[in-house]
Design a protein around this ligand. Structure first.
Ligand SMILES: Nc1ncnc2c1ncn2[C@@H]1O[C@H](COP(=O)(O)OP(=O)(O)OP(=O)(O)O)[C@@H](O)[C@H]1O
Ligand SMILES: [Mg+2]
Length: 370
């Protein structure tokens, strides 16, 4: 089969995507497919699996947000994608995971892996996801939305937005409508105090509404640190979430074609599952299947499938949870293009279910063609 792997891209998760793309391309080549890799940051200049760009190693820090959307349009309209039987989307974050590239593939009449336009768009937007989780009875930490900034434009990032206002500018799709915010970016001390009280007090989590890899996220210990945390998150997103901090354990459940794979537990040495803990080897311990009472594991699996279904996901996805000391789960988010390096969490869960990495990639391709 002729397969194009879209990888790289322009998001802050570019480096991770380069590694995912190469790993997937390697596995698909091993299975005997005819594989080309295309980087939408560049356009339609395909490379073979062997020549594909390597991220030297995923660095300790993500690349700065640029606000650039690259040449995705040219990449999707180009000869390599046109000639492919199916496209494996290995782009994390930004336009590759928010439904935009999926929309281009739809317009080009191409089959592609994973979820469709709407599911990707909702999953990438944490606030929208949380509203859907609530509707579906999936517990999620309580939150408030604060006006953010405009990625790639440090000047724009300083703008504050009136509470309740709609803005015509969006970081991803120029002209796309935005949603009302609960609070302006420059919180008054009274507003900060009332958010903290409503969300159960400090610590609080402050994060961009639509990033991945823990980019721009802060655990805020006191009110004095809130403005800086909001300013940081605002560099990456038009909207900032302030969320109740859930102490406890870090768990994730991969869902493949609507079925849960074994639960993975992550124990980051630093205490926070941040960019470095995710991508620098040896910084976190992983256990799969997680050591959990059977009923808790079953509960997490059921909630993961419910979250996947609530967002209308297809193919595969990874659902992230916190589990408090009373074994109450809280769903943080659904990742529609989860990491797929040979050491990522979805392949780890698949391995625990007896599936090799090439078998997993083959299954994802088969689901795209179904
Ligand atoms: N409400 C919370 N309470 C406790 N920890 C949290 C909370 N929200 C986020 N975290 C921590 O920060 C990490 C990243 O958060 P989250 O999954 O929401 O963002 P992300 O950047 O989209 O991640 P991903 O790389 O999975 O796409 C979580 O895995 C968790 O360790
Ligand atoms: Mg996550």
């Amino acid at each position: 089969m002729k397969i194009v792997v879209l990888y790289g891209g322009t998001s802050t998760e570019r480096d991770v995507s380069l590694v995912t793309g190469r790993a997937v391309a390697g596995a698909l080549t091993e299975l005997g497919h005819d594989v080309l890799l295309v980087d939408p940051a560049v356009g339609d200049s395909p490379t073979g699996a062997r020549e594909a760009i390597a991220a030297a190693a995923i660095g300790g820090k993500p690349p700065e947000p640029t606000g650039e959307t690259g040449n995705a349009l040219r990449a999707v309209a180009g000869a390599a994608v046109s000639g492919a039987d199916v496209v494996f989307v290995a782009l994390h974050g930004g336009t590759g995971e928010d439904g935009t590239v999926q929309g281009l593939l739809e317009l080009a009449g191409k089959r592609y892996t994973g979820s469709g336009v709407l599911s990707c768009a909702i999953a990438m937007d944490k606030r929208a996801s949380k509203l859907m989780f609530r509707e579906a009875g999936v517990p999620t930490p309580d939150w408030r939305v604060v006006a953010g900034g405009s990625p790639g434009s440090p000047a724009g990032a300083g703008r504050s937005e009136p509470a309740g206002g709609f803005s015509a500018r969006s970081c991803i799709v120029p002209g796309a409508p935005s949603f009302p915010v609960d609070l302006p970016r420059d919180l008054s001390p009274e507003q900060a105090a009332s958010i903290a009280a409503e969300l159960g007090g400090y610590p609080l989590i402050v994060k961009p509404n639509d990033q991945g890899s823990t980019v721009g996220l802060t655990v805020v210990q006191s009110e004095a640190d809130l403005p800086e945390a909001i300013a940081l998150a605002a560099r990456y997103s038009r909207h900032v979430l302030v969320e109740t901090f859930i102490p406890g354990r870090e768990l994730t459940v991969a869902v493949l074609d609507g079925e849960p794979l074994p639960v993975v537990e992550i124990e980051p040495h630093s205490g926070l599952y941040d960019y470095e803990s995710k991508y620098t080897s040896g910084r976190s311990d992983y256990t799969c299947p997680a050591k959990l009472p059977d009923d808790v594991a079953a509960d997490l699996s059921e909630l993961a499938v419910r979250a996947y279904a609530a967002l209308g996901c297809a193919g595969y996805a990874r659902v992230d949870f916190r589990l408090d000391d009373g074994h109450e789960p809280s769903c943080l988010e659904v990742n529609t293009v989860p990491g797929m390096t040979a050491t990522s969490l979805v392949p780890m869960a698949a391995a625990a279910a007896g599936m090799t990495f090439p078998e997993l990639t083959d299954r994802i391709i088969a689901l795209a063609l179904r």
